[in-house]
Write a new protein. Structure first.
Length: 701
């Protein structure tokens, strides 16, 4: 009897432990489904996940029609010279250098959240250095300084490539707005922290002064910043925002609103916000006006391109685990955006208008209970629907989501932040801020890449110091051949110039290593290549790489060549807008003159014969010149002080000898191809590696 009782007790304990374990697993799976960004949340689980943060928080509606009705003229407080100036799409939308007055005249209402954040912190006595220091520094955050027209990265914390890409895109967006400013040194000195995570509580930033992508109404301490995906991030699944807009405009150029499908379209991943998104699926199921379907990214099931979305009159929008970055893409279409009451606020949401003559979207309840009624009203009044679609394009695609608007917002954010962070500014200005890579060398990477306490890379057998070049930026470099060591150096080369390509090569390689290390945090930068080289070995190797390229080009007794590189500076690495050309100096100079004439309007591209005559006259003039040809910066072109035509067929004869040099320095035992899988190496691998089998002798250039 006693033994049976013990057995029963043991069985009960096992059953209890099993039940508790099952509850724990179920709780974890539900938490995972609510917070995961992955595509493999089981469908059954998405049916069990409660509403949670998706529907239980207060929603937000905006009415900023006053902002939109005053767009025709600048505010009365603006300078007189702006009285005849107004924003024009097609002329000003890509102008990142609009003045402060032009920004205010062009984008009223855009800076609303900045004013709100300033008032919040002003009522609390401003932001101190202690406030910044008390801010938790989590994965997905960066701390930086803007001072004297330069951007300095103090620290970053990234977990995985996704974090790194988004942090870099945000920093790139900030720097672009800074560099395009007409007087970049006039901007206030500020120190700030930003997060690229979806939600404020993802980084425990509630109550702290942090720049974030979105916020809820109750999260008043943060400042909103532009989403990294607007103009600085190449989202692989959809495409860069600028390219999407171009494709959308091309698709809609031959598609009238009346010819679009009279349905509401929506595609999205259910597990991002199961109950919220399931409500849309349930309410729209079987309706003749509906093309609402769940998207499975892993199989591309029900996938539609953004331009395909624009073929519908109505486009649905649903938030995810936080804000949904897809809204800006939907607003690129000349369609009616139908969205539930939003819980998360982005910086441009203040311009959303849900009623009146300036209405630019349709708002429904968070549970979509009134969606059938709204769709019925819209389908019965297509004239009103078209007006809403037109307002959507004029407000967002053609004004508030342009590159010009983004740059203006960044600069206004800096100004507003400076108003309430003067204590932080004094702390920043107290120490002398080092510039560029020299600051990186002296403080950021001590003890990481460089062994010991000294940061000195001496390439002994080449006779110069990379550290000296980076830190001191010498205008000349003397390599001494005296003594035993000097004679050994002299045997390696006889006569070189500082601007020859072999000298920048090691410095550029070192800069890339350091920048990459900064984003990799605790991982050694060279681990990306399987620990093949030390920094010294990399510097030597790329020096020889430059030397090989230099020797491939004929030069005179002074080291001058007939080749250089010319950059067509129109935009920032945008297809069909910026190119690098390599070739004969006369050809490059002619191209520069031709582009100048076109930019000045004195030469028309429609007249081929006129252009041919211009080219011939320019060539004749250049050939008759007695002085050596030196490329000059022009309105459309900018020469780089490099005298070797990189990536051109002229350098092909040096490939075999450099390959031999690599083979001498790299053995099979040093290589680990697993580190290259899924990576694209520019100028080295023409395609993305998908498996070890995809690496072949014919693959590598």
């Amino acid at each position: 009897m006693h033994r049976s009782w013990n057995s029963w007790c043991s069985l009960r304990r096992m059953l209890f432990a099993g039940a508790m374990g099952a509850c724990g697993v179920l709780t974890y799976l539900m938490w995972f489904g609510m917070n995961s960004d992955r595509d493999n949340v089981p469908p059954l689980l998405t049916q069990l996940i409660p509403a949670g943060h998706c529907t239980c928080q207060s929603s937000t509606s905006f009415q900023c029609s006053d902002c939109l009705t005053c767009l025709a003229s600048p505010p009365s407080t603006e300078p007189e010279r702006l009285s005849t100036w107004s924003f024009q799409y097609g002329r000003d939308d890509q102008d990142l250098g609009l003045s402060k007055s032009q920004c205010q005249a062009s984008f009223p209402g855009l800076f609303q959240d900045i004013h709100r954040g300033v008032e919040y912190w002003r009522s609390r006595g401003g932001i101190s250095i202690d406030d910044l220091s008390a801010t938790p520094f989590e994965d997905g955050m960066a701390r930086a300084i803007i001072s004297n027209g330069e951007l300095y990265v103090v620290a970053t914390k990234a977990k995985g490539d996704d974090h790194r890409r988004k942090i870099l895109a945000t920093l790139g967006s900030i720097y672009r707005a800074l560099s395009a400013s007409s007087d970049r040194t006039s901007h206030p000195t500020i120190e700030f922290i930003f997060s690229i995570e979806d939600r404020v509580d993802d980084v425990h930033a509630v109550g702290h002064p942090v720049w974030v992508l979105s916020r809820r109404v109750s999260e008043e301490s943060v400042f909103l910043m532009p989403d990294f995906g607007y103009w600085s991030w190449a989202k692989s699944n959809i495409g860069p925002y600028g390219q999407v807009v171009e494709r959308v405009m091309a698709a809609e150029s031959e598609l009238r609103f009346a010819d679009k499908q009279q349905k509401i379209v929506w595609r999205g991943k259910l597990s991002f916000a199961p109950k919220l998104r399931r409500a849309l699926l349930d309410i729209a199921r079987g309706e003749p006006w509906s093309d609402v379907k769940e998207l499975d990214w892993s199989q591309k099931a029900n996938f539609l391109t953004m331009e395909d979305h624009c073929r519908y009159m109505f486009i649905g929008h649903v938030e995810g685990r936080a804000y949904s970055a897809s809204l800006k893409y939907r607003q690129a279409c000349r369609s009616v955006v139908v969205a539930h009451k939003l819980q998360y606020i982005q910086h441009h949401h203040y311009l959303l208008v849900s009623s009146g003559p300036e209405q630019n979207y349709v708002e429904v309840e968070r549970d979509f209970s009134d969606l059938p009624k709204r769709m019925d009203e819209l389908l019965k009044n297509l004239e009103k629907a078209e007006r809403i679609a037109d307002n959507n394009v004029k407000t967002f695609r053609e004004r508030y989501l342009t590159q010009a608007a983004e740059a203006c917002y960044w600069r206004a954010l800096w100004e507003g932040w400076a108003e309430v962070s003067s204590n932080v500014t004094r702390e920043v200005e107290r120490p002398a801020v080092e510039r560029g890579l020299r600051a990186v060398l002296s403080c950021t990477f001590k003890g990481k890449i460089f062994p010991g306490n000294t940061l000195s890379i001496e390439i002994d057998h080449l006779g110069f110091s990379i550290t000296h070049i980076v830190r001191d930026n010498p205008k000349t470099l003397t390599v001494y051949f005296g003594g035993v060591k000097g004679r050994a150096v002299g045997e390696n080369y006889i006569s070189l110039k500082l601007d020859a390509t072999q000298f920048p090569q090691p410095a550029l390689a070192l800069m890339v290593i350091l920048r990459f290390e900064d984003m990799r945090d605790k991982y050694v930068a060279l681990a990306a290549m399987g620990n093949i080289f030390t920094v010294e070995e990399v510097s030597v190797l790329v020096f020889y790489h430059g030397l090989k390229m230099q020797n491939a080009v004929k030069s005179d007794a002074n080291g001058a060549t007939d080749y250089s590189i010319l950059l067509e500076l129109v935009d920032y690495n945008v297809a069909n807008m910026q190119y690098i050309c390599a070739g004969d100096l006369r050809g490059l100079a002619t191209l520069s003159a031709l582009m100048n004439a076109i930019a000045a309007g004195s030469l028309s591209t429609s007249c081929v014969e006129e252009m041919q005559n211009f080219i011939q006259k320019t060539l004749t003039h250049l050939e008759s010149a007695k002085q050596p040809l030196v490329l000059q910066r022009s309105r459309a072109t900018m020469p780089l002080n490099v005298n070797v035509p990189f990536h051109s067929s002229l350098l092909r004869p040096g490939v075999d000898s450099f390959r031999y040099l690599l083979q001498r320095h790299i053995s099979e035992a040093m290589l680990d191809p697993r580190g290259l899988i899924g990576k694209y190496t520019p100028t080295l691998s023409p395609i993305l590696l998908s498996s070890p089998r995809s690496i072949s002798k014919a693959f590598w250039i």
